[in-house]
Design a protein around this ligand. Structure first.
Ligand code: URA
Length: 238
């Protein structure tokens, strides 16, 4: 439980600088419990606080935990160079709150991307010591053979890796379709593993992280949702 002044509350929720938040309040754009709040010094209990800013409802959140259905042609980097950044798919408040992707997907990869402004959460989820399986659906350029599947399960040597990397699970799903589950999150890992095993990745989609399935979230490409504590619990390591 913590009480904060209204300007600090708005700033913490990503509405802008303290000065801008004070102006919003003094202009009468912030309503709580049906009452216009025009004194930025008024304090409120933040737990469960519901704000209306410009008539839009916002529940106070100390941190945000988001799943985005990343479309192709968006970059996860902080300074995107060739395509728009994934943050452009979220409300502007999230940029102010310093919401960042948890790990990265390539610009042409689609599927589940976690995002948060909780530094320790991002760090823990991205740690190589945390073995959270990531499930990928890969479309291959050449037909999927049993040898390819066996090769990926046995492990392939990538140039800059000290030891071979193996898929945790690898299943043929169609003539050109492969489901690959990886524990690590190395740069371009699926694409490089497929190339090292003699095929080529034509398209890539991340369908699940841990036990959290993208399909269960009911999102369309480009849409996002907050994750509930129950959904976050599905991201636990195996
Ligand atoms: N592996 C890749 O090659 N690309 C991704 O975007 C994710 C995993």
């Amino acid at each position: 439980m913590s009480k904060l002044s209204l300007d600090r509350i708005l700033q913490s929720q990503g509405f802008g600088t303290r000065k801008y938040c004070r102006a919003l309040i003094e202009d009468g754009d912030v309503v709580i419990d049906g009452v216009v709040q025009d004194n930025f010094k008024t304090t409120f209990e933040t737990d469960g606080l519901v704000l209306h800013v410009f008539d839009e409802e916002w529940l106070y959140r100390e941190h945000v935990y988001i799943a985005l259905y990343k479309p192709a042609d968006y970059e996860c980097s902080r300074k995107p160079s060739h395509h728009p950044g994934v943050l452009t798919l979220l409300p502007e408040q999230f940029t102010w709150r310093d919401v960042q992707p948890v790990g990265r997907l390539d610009h042409d990869t689609t599927g589940m991307l976690l995002m948060s402004d909780d530094g320790p959460f991002i760090h823990a989820q991205s740690s190589p010591k945390r073995h959270v399986p990531k499930v990928y659906q890969a479309t291959t350029q050449d037909p999927v053979t049993d040898e390819l599947v066996q090769h990926l399960l046995a492990g392939v040597q990538l140039h800059d890796e000290p030891a071979p990397l193996a898929a945790l699970v690898c299943e043929k799903k169609g003539e050109y379709q492969l489901e690959i589950v990886l524990e690590q999150g190395k740069y371009h890992q699926v694409k490089r593993m497929l190339a090292a095993a003699g095929n080529h990745c034509a398209a890539l989609h991340r369908s699940a992280i841990g036990k959290l399935q993208l399909d269960s979230l009911g999102l369309k490409e480009g849409e996002w949702c907050y994750l509930t504590p129950e959904q976050l619990a599905l991201l636990a390591p195996v």
